[in-house]
Design a protein around this ligand. Sequence first.
Ligand SMILES: O=P(O)(O)OC[C@H]1O[C@H](O[C@H]2O[C@H](CO)[C@@H](O)[C@H](O)[C@H]2O)[C@H](O)[C@@H](O)[C@@H]1O
Length: 389
Amino acid sequence: MDLKSNHTPVLADTAPVTKSRLGVHSTLLPYSHTAATFPHGMLLTIPRKKTGILEDVRSSGWLDAMKSSSPPAKKLTKDVNHGIASSDADTASYFTWLLKYPSALTSFDQITNYAKGKRIALFLDYDGTLSPIVDNPDCAFMSDYMRAAVKKVAEYFPTAIISGRSRDKVFEFVGLTELYYAGSHGMDIIGPVRQSVSDNHPNCIIRSTDKQGKEVNLFQPAAEFLPMINEVLQSLLECTKDIKGAKVENNKFCVSVHYRNVDEKSWNLVGQRVHDVLKAYPRLRLTHGRKVLEVRPVINWDKGKAVTFLLESLGLNNCDDVLPIYIGDDRTDEDAFKVLREGNRGYGILVSSAPKESNAMYSLRDPSEVMEFLKSLVLWKSSPLKSLI
Ligand SMILES: O=P(O)(O)OC[C@H]1O[C@H](O[C@H]2O[C@H](CO)[C@@H](O)[C@H](O)[C@H]2O)[C@H](O)[C@@H](O)[C@@H]1O
């Protein structure tokens, strides 16, 4: 198959429609809002710009998109009453936003009431969720406290990390063998062996063994893109090497071009160079993350599909007694929030200290609140009276 052929991917713009939410009593729901829905199948769909989810840089206004996906840091002050750092003007809009996306900590009883008698499956993003956002992507270490919290929560609930990083890199950062890992935005998954999953994805699964010698399924739906991604990686390294602060990161099936440390006056240049390289690769697309441009294959696969795949692999898909919870901070996590919400399947929790539109149902301000939430889940689960009755 000629991956570099002049085949243009079909992009379908989808109109937002109202969707029902979890099949629970309305008083258990934090708010009501609308969502974009995607047709399934071979169409790659790009939501409308206003939804604030994935935008394709090819469409138009990519410099605006770079700026809007990377708002300047706000001047912070300390609110002594709430222990919250924010500017005065932002505090009001943040609290208004919380009405729509309530804190998963203050709504903890509501969440666990719904989870009673159910098996929780936990999905965690890495950057900005388990580790704070830092200037150097190679130094985005998670704290030992966070590692201990994730280790503990994985003792009680099946837990997976789904990251835009390469799977090896995220494993290096997290270092816990008791979790499942999906790298490259879900395009590189190691999961438990399950025959029905192998049957559903016959061409993408390889039976393999993990680092502990355990038999696993290795799922890599974009495997054929690897030579192309490596070629583009080299071109991007070459064409950005004279831009001070620009950094190109190899995420195996994706490439990240970071502009966090580039002078804002040169963001345009970064975008233009990346855009120029991609002109020769119609089967790759560009999306926006937090001060990063992400090059990835045009395939119908994302973090939402990775969640469904992992649930299937764990034998937890289509079970009424399973409650998946996904915690993430970035645009790519919206695909997972959407899958959980559209199927009335579980809860998305957005990590954000600034108001933004999301398909999540709840919110947490930052990784320290994520850690508190994980610890609360462990406490709740380890007191059987609370979690069973
Ligand atoms: O899916 P994730 O685990 O959230 O990964 C998304 C991207 O995260 C990393 O970049 C972001 O975090 C960096 C470290 O804090 C920060 O410097 C950068 O500006 C952020 O965009 C990672 O480096 C990317 O490759 C991931 O795609």
